[in-house]
Ligand binder design. Structure first.
Ligand code: ATP
Ligand code: MG
Length: 575
């Protein structure tokens, strides 16, 4: 099955090629893999995917599709202690949601027997040995960047003895950590990864797929390349920290001299720079800590940089793919500005989201010169530029709610919103002038009284007078009460991990990252919206219906405000 996705626009022909595209095009030109391109996305199912993984997904699936190739989803489940099916399910869901379909779904654990057989082959050919040193001794023998390693006293065991011991390891004869299998490469190599790296360790733990079948588990460096070769991956794209592991990746595959195990040409590892994002942390381990310690409500908390969190926040797959495309493919580590991610979702939602009016912090406004019970159903466009999105009826009557912050009793200079004696436009409705106000015992303004100009209904005043301010509002009699959750950055620190030695990165958490407004009022049409539906609340930003939402008690999340500082920086018009 080919990667089936047609919604993304193809690369413009004039866009310069990134280095992965250059490699793929050169391989196609040389007919290296008989015209095949096959990539894989290899998550370890030990957490939920984050925006960094989204970048990797977009590269692996996007590049393969560009050249008519396919992509496998491979769960790299060689580390049973931290893995779980909950994560497997979420990963499948997230990749699909991002708009990608995999050709094959595989698990590194499916290859445990193959990996074992190949390891026996390496033992038989004198290229692997069983080592009885402890972890600490292995580290010590290995030396360091300045000091060559010393050979393990077990390095020259006979093939027969190695084979017997390795089989006994597999049979479960030894305690955890008693022995390991190591590749026999070069203890003096300048590349530490080649100093007889571990291939297998003894771990008598249950695996979420293979149960208790295996008391030994292969190491990542060994399992990964072999899995790639089994699946006949052509280009194995990974992040930069594996650059120094590439000689090892190649070594493991090249030992199969007579082609008993792998078909040539072998896969090639290509590294690109990990994506980081400002004002958040990105490693699964730290995200898990935030979840476990209750700093967020879960993996899908809308403040999390996880794909499930971004989805709940109101991000669209298109906006995340656009972001991945804009950050590009780099050879040097980078930190993308979260403002760019926000810019991408604004651009997408500005086209897709229907407009509606909602008041977050309501203040009652009474139009004194309108009759009790008088009601106008205003005919309003759902989108200013897209007639296809249709129109709706918005009720307008004597009692309304406006935003508290749109009124000031003592207005500063250049205040164009409401104040005693001032006149403003009510969006889609008419002009009103504030005539008086009501305060409670504490002196807080609780109600405004206004007069309206009926001649301005649905347009301008006939005398041509202008007002500078336009306010959003909802009809008090028809308003739907809702909870609205406003989110800010999860961390106040731009790089939360940049803390002095010994101090806690959690100190950078933003205590005000979630503000819940329980008294919001919505225009009636919003009352029927379903979880996941997007809207632009006029003047306030883009909002999405939250999963907690019920018809009787709607809940909205703010995805992003309207103000686009990134577009301004780039000198682009406001989305
Ligand atoms: P983390 O360190 O966040 O836990 P990981 O690398 O351990 O991530 P994996 O599940 O092993 O997570 O990653 C699956 C794939 O996604 C790998 O190919 C990895 O290189 C890639 N990937 C992970 N994080 C990023 C990132 N921040 N930017 C780009 N690619 C990433
Ligand atoms: Mg990993």
């Amino acid at each position: 099955m080919k990667a089936a996705m047609t919604t993304e626009t193809p690369l413009p022909e004039n866009r310069s090629r990134n280095f992965i595209e250059e490699i793929m095009e050169a391989d196609l030109a040389d007919d290296k893999h008989s015209g095949r391109i096959c990539t894989r996305f290899p998550p370890e199912p030990n957490g939920y995917l984050h925006i960094g993984h989204a970048k990797s997904i977009c590269i692996n699936f996007g590049q393969a599709r560009k050249y008519g190739g396919t992509t496998n989803l491979r769960f790299d489940d060689t580390n049973p202690a931290k893995e779980d099916v909950e994560y497997v399910d979420s990963i499948r869901e997230d990749v699909r949601w991002l708009g990608f379909e995999w050709a094959g779904e595989y698990y590194a654990s499916d290859y445990f027997q193959f990996l074992y057989d190949y390891a026996e082959y390496l033992v038989e050919t004198g290229k692997a040995y069983v080592c009885d040193l402890s972890d600490e001794e292995i580290r010590d023998y290995r030396g360091n960047f300045f000091k060559p390693g010393r050979p393990s006293p077990y390095r020259d065991r006979s093939v027969a003895e190695n084979l017997e011991l390795f089989r006994a390891m597999r049979a479960g004869a030894f305690e955890d950590g008693a022995r390991v299998l190591r590749a026999r490469i070069d203890m003096a190599s300048a590349n530490m990864n080649l100093r007889d790296p571990l291939m297998y360790r003894i771990r008598r733990v249950q695996h979420h797929r293979t149960g208790h079948a295996w008391p030994i588990y292969p190491m990542y460096d060994y399992a990964h390349g072999v899995s790639d070769a089994i699946e006949r991956i052509t280009h194995s794209i990974c992040t930069l920290e594996f650059e120094d592991h590439r000689p090892l990746y190649d070594w493991f595959l090249e030992q199969d001299v007579d082609g008993k195990f792998f078909q040539r040409p072998l896969p090639r590892q290509i590294e690109f720079a990990r994506l980081n994002l400002t004002y958040t942390v990105m490693s699964k381990r730290r995200l898990l800590e935030l979840v476990k310690e209750g700093h967020v409500r879960g993996w899908d908390d809308p403040r999390m940089p996880t794909i499930t969190g971004l989805r709940r926040r109101g991000y669209t797959p298109e906006s995340i793919r656009a972001f991945a495309d804009k950050v590009g493919v780099a050879k040097r580590d980078m930190v993308a500005d979260v403002g760019l991610l926000e810019h991408c979702v604004r651009e997408d939602l500005s086209v897709k989201a229907r407009r509606a009016m909602a008041v977050l912090r309501p203040l009652k406004l009474v139009i004194d010169n309108m009759a009790e019970g008088e009601l106008h159903w205003l005919d309003v466009a759902n989108h200013p530029d897209d007639p296809q999105m249709g129109r709706r009826k918005v009720p307008f009557g004597r009692e309304l709610f406006i935003e508290q912050e749109d009124f000031q009793e003592t207005a500063p200079k250049k205040w164009f919103r409401l104040a005693p004696g001032a006149e403003v436009r009510l969006k889609n409705a008419c002009l009103v002038r504030c005539t008086s106000l009501v305060k409670d015992a504490a002196g807080t303004v609780v109600e405004l009284h206004c007069t309206w100009d009926p001649a301005s209904l649905g347009g301008d005043a006939p005398d041509g007078r202008k007002v500078k301010g336009t306010l959003h509002w909802v009809s008090a009699a028809h308003a739907v009460k809702a909870e609205v959750r406003l989110y800010d950055r999860l961390f106040t620190a731009k790089d939360p991990m940049d803390v002095p030695e010994g101090s806690d990165w959690r100190q950078g958490l933003n205590p005000g990252s979630c503000e819940v407004l329980a008294q919001a009022r919505l225009e009636p049409v919003l009352g029927g919206a379903k979880p996941g539906e997007h809207f632009q609340f006029e003047r306030l930003g883009y909002f999405v219906v939250d999963l907690d939402s019920r018809p009787s008690a709607p809940v909205f999340n703010r995805t992003v405000s309207l103000k686009d500082s990134w577009a301004r920086m780039e000198g682009q018009p406001n989305g």
